[in-house]
Write a protein that binds this ligand. Sequence first.
Ligand SMILES: Cc1cc2nc3c(=O)[nH]c(=O)nc-3n(C[C@H](O)[C@H](O)[C@H](O)COP(=O)(O)OP(=O)(O)OC[C@H]3O[C@@H](n4cnc5c(N)ncnc54)[C@H](O)[C@@H]3O)c2cc1C
Length: 428
Amino acid sequence: MGRYDVIVIGGGVTGLAVTYDLASRGLKPLLLERNDMMSGTSGKYHGLLHSGARYAVNDPEAAYECAVENKIIKEIAGHCVEDTGGYFVLLDEEEYYDEFKKGCKENKIPIKDVDVDEALKEEPNLNPNIKAVVEVQDAVLYAYKFAVSLGLAAKMNGADMRAYNEVIGLLRKGGRVVGVKVLDKINNRVYEEGAEVIIVTAGPWSEKILNMTGIRNIKMILTAGTMAVVPYRLSKRVINKMRVPSDGDIVVPYGNNSIVGTTAYVIEDPDNYTIPQEDAEFLMEEGSVIFPAIKKIGFSRMYSSVRPLISMGEEIDTRKISRRYEIYDHEELHGVEGLLSAIGGKLTTARAMAEAISDLACKKLGVKKACKTKETKLPNPLEALSAEHLKTKGSPESLVRRVFEKKGTIDEELLINALYILIASSLW
Ligand SMILES: Cc1cc2nc3c(=O)[nH]c(=O)nc-3n(C[C@H](O)[C@H](O)[C@H](O)COP(=O)(O)OP(=O)(O)OC[C@H]3O[C@@H](n4cnc5c(N)ncnc54)[C@H](O)[C@@H]3O)c2cc1C
């Protein structure tokens, strides 16, 4: 026991970002994930690096957080981002137009008016009945590339990460959490691991883990959201409906596909729920208001994941719950020393969330090391692997080089995706 300064529970994007942040400050973290890394919400999200514009009117703090992180992520993780830009298109709710622009201005979210004819030239599949268009700095963030880059950066800084290692208990000494009890699903054994600080980044499962210490009064509202995949890229940009945020508002161009989303319905158990049958019809109706062609093309698949939102009082309108993140110190809140948790937020703000909770962990550990992740570029896993491979005697150098340079055939491009799996398997 005690080989690690910090144990991080949950290998979604938040856990990976926290592990990297801590390791880059010279600490020794261990990340434990019960299944594959990114198998929770992070691996099944909508794909949008938010500009903040979506939240500008109703959730200004979340809007501002997104606007700040949008710039940082484009800078430090350019290889994971497709900087598409985005359009907010006005279809009805004309009274929202002025409110939307005012909210963006107040939260320092850059916007630009675009002439409707110009927008239709740029995006010919858009509904021709749009009444106004505002350009924003939305982009696409490829989640798995981001995760593998965070994992590689964490590993290069000395972190340990274990997939298929489920935390099944928290070890306590008096009022302090001193370690975890872990089920190693690969070797089918149970073991214990100790650390000075334990950080819970288990997304929708956080409440279950906190319950292991007897903490009961953190209330999370779990809302699942469905996304539908159109097997065709309908636009260059991310397209949002300009209206009070609601369901079925956004279409994200993700590779050669377009993802229509989302919905929101309260669930009890993130391991046991089903996509409501009516979601396909609903997303078809709402999506085809933006791109009429969706009705002809149809969906190739649907998927869903769960938002771990923090309840604000009694409010249960799921679209009105803040998209901000919260950092909890359970010593202050519940008298449990050595236990912190980071809950809520967006994939867009995972780095900021990691910075905030790592600052707190450092304070607890008496370590004075500033965060470096804001200005340090993440390593590009393919470049790292390329450098390794090209050194290897007998590697098919020209193929490897073509693949890494993204030239050549679709098959070679598919190989790139497989390479991410190969790199990931060497990390955890
Ligand atoms: C439908 C939907 C669409 C979204 N779209 C966007 C978007 O376009 N842009 C954006 O910025 N954000 C978006 N989000 C929000 C974003 O996806 C989440 O904020 C983010 O992925 C949360 O990451 P996380 O690491 O905190 O949680 P998760 O990714 O859920 O990770 C938690 C991990 O903990 C693990 N775990 C659980 N229990 C244990 C245990 N006992 N031991 C070890 N590990 C455990 C789980 O297996 C899981 O991998 C969306 C969310 C939803 C639901």
